[in-house]
Design a binder for this molecule. Structure first.
Ligand SMILES: Nc1ncnc2c1ncn2[C@@H]1O[C@H](COP(=O)(O)OP(=O)(O)OP(=O)(O)O)[C@@H](O)[C@H]1O
Ligand SMILES: [Mg+2]
Length: 505
């Protein structure tokens, strides 16, 4: 272990915790974990889905109360108990996944919000609010229109606004729980640059991400958890992705190109001249039986927009989509489901799941017809069978099928979305960023499933901005840029760095 990070010398740690335990019912979410962060350090928290990362953050920030035994110091002071307000007062901020911002307010108002409610409002003119917000954004070296309503900004910019707001309230330690999960590569790079600036001015950042390249790039140290227990704290210098994976999972994963020749398989989905103004133009490709076709590209390339049109969520201006030789006229996603197309969205929280409803209900949502009898009543036994089958098939870790989906860890939610669509037994499966928020072990699991589904004849379109993901798992790769298909690659004939250079430029 490295002795001391340069930033930490002399100063007490930002926080130091010993004996953190947390049980939910019978589940040991955390079991006697210790955790320490130096001031100004970027520290990653790594581990598989459900290992306790979010729970640890919630304990530190006073959202959950820990089991007895915790010994905690915040900026050198020992602390007996914590509430979210205490945490905020001590300079700790969390950038939650939902960001807890106000979509109807402007960027400036969102940034200056804490100051507004904390202080005497009459002292704050619009000019002052602007000035506060401007200063915070400038210190992060980003430019965002201060007058824009927050709800109109892309998620990446909203995150920056949330960070700026934390700075305005003098945050000295910022937690980011999977901040890059729904960002594209270039947005991620911009966020990582902001994290470096925070660190340079002495703010500590705790970063959770399942993208290990990112973890090794941004952090000086990484704390690894497995099944609620501390595995260890490691410097990232000299650490490799495969070693980190091994620490997280206790197993080794070998990566090899999985591509096979599918050129002679029967065409299933044929797309010709497909155009939607402002989104994509003249898209043409054939997806064959048993094929995994990768679709990759940068921000604004139009991949997700294309996925939406193929799933009937938006209408094309020109071109055709044919399935098994028959041209489809999709008016809604229901038409698409009926035709045999399933779609796993990149944004599982918004589109994929009904959070307050049970795991079981979410899973059977698209197949209600299949498990209903002639009178339209849902057969309980059929439902339970189906649910049990898919929970086992995708190794989804849950308490009980009747628990709300919101109680599942992020990665397990993603698996429920996948299960839900696989249960429709589609001919074509569109996967948009299927492993966002999913840990390495589960990723390998999902790709194994994808491969198995393809081998059983399913035609799969796999959209991802992680080039390695399509490189290792697709039979063929389409590269999309600025709304057009600009290249096609056979992974067996290219080295990964060449493909990355072509896509990331
Ligand atoms: N409010 C809760 N009620 C019951 N169980 C919970 C609750 N919050 C978390 N758990 C359980 O605690 C364990 C740790 O969950 P946590 O959300 O901390 O995992 P995580 O490491 O953040 O995973 P992911 O990478 O999937 O987000 C899981 O088994 C989870 O189901
Ligand atoms: Mg989590």
């Amino acid at each position: 272990m490295r002795e001391e990070t340069a930033v930490g010398i002399g100063a007490p740690p930002a926080i130091s915790l010993k004996h953190v335990s947390k049980t939910f019912g019978g589940v040991h979410a955390l079991d006697d974990v210790s955790f320490e962060i130096a001031q100004g350090e970027v520290h990653c928290l790594a581990g598989e889905n459900g290992c306790g990362k979010s729970t640890l953050i919630k304990i530190i920030t006073g959202v959950y109360q820990p089991d007895a035994g915790l010994v905690a110091e915040y900026f050198g002071e020992s602390v007996a108990s914590m509430t979210p307000n205490d945490a905020r007062r001590r300079g700790i901020a969390v950038i939650w996944q939902d960001l807890a911002l106000f979509p109807e307010m402007t960027v400036a108002e969102n940034i200056a919000f804490e100051t507004l409610v904390g202080g005497r409002p009459r002292l704050f003119s619009f000019g002052k609010i602007r000035a506060i917000a401007q200063k915070a954004l400038a210190s992060l070296e980003v430019e965002i229109d201060l007058e824009e309503r927050l709800g109109r900004l892309p998620i990446a910019q909203r995150q920056i606004v949330a960070i700026a707001r934390a700075l305005v309230s003098d945050a000295r330690l910022i937690f980011m729980d999977e901040p890059t999960a729904s960002l594209t590569q270039s947005e991620t790079n911009a966020l990582l640059a902001v994290v470096r600036r925070l660190s340079a001015r002495g703010v500590s950042v705790v970063f959770v991400s399942h993208r290990l390249a990112e973890v090794l790039d941004i952090a000086t140290r990484v704390t690894v958890l497995r099944d609620g227990k501390l595995v260890g704290v490691y410097p990232t210098e000299g650490m490799t992705q495969s070693r980190l994976t091994e620490l997280m999972t206790g197993t080794r994963f070998d990566t090899a190109v999985a591509a096979r020749d599918t050129a002679n398989n029967a065409p299933v989905l044929e797309v010709r001249g497909l155009t939607r103004r402002g989104e994509f133009s003249d898209i043409g490709f054939v997806l064959r039986e048993g094929e995994v076709l990768g679709l990759t590209g940068l921000i604004g390339a139009g991949r997700t927009e294309l996925g939406h049109t193929l799933f009937g969520m938006t209408r094309p201006d020109a071109g055709t989509i044919a399935l098994d030789g028959r041209v489809l006229h999709l008016k809604s996603n229901r038409d698409a489901v009926e035709a045999g197309i399933a779609y796993v969205s990149e944004d599982r929280l918004a589109l994929g799941l009904v959070q307050p409803q049970s795991i079981a209900d979410n899973l059977v949502l698209p197949v209600l017809g299949k498990i209903s009898n002639r009178a339209g009543l849902i057969s309980r036994a059929a439902r339970d069978d189906l649910v049990r089958h898919w929970l086992t098939e995708l190794a989804i870790k849950i308490g009980h099928p009747s628990d709300p989906v919101a109680t599942l860890s992020g990665g397990n939610q993603q698996r429920v979305v996948l299960a839900k669509w696989l249960a429709t037994e589609p001919k074509v499966l569109i996967l948009d960023s299927p492993t966002v928020g999913v840990d390495v072990g589960a990723r390998a699991g999902i790709f194994r499933i994808v491969r198995k589904l393809a081998e059983s004849g399913l035609a799969i379109l796999m959209i991802s901005d992680e080039v390695p993901e399509v490189y290792f798992n697709a039979d063929r790769i389409l590269h999309m840029a600025a709304g057009r298909i600009v290249g096609e690659y056979d992974p067996r004939k290219f080295e990964l760095p060449d493909l990355e250079a072509a896509v990331y430029g």
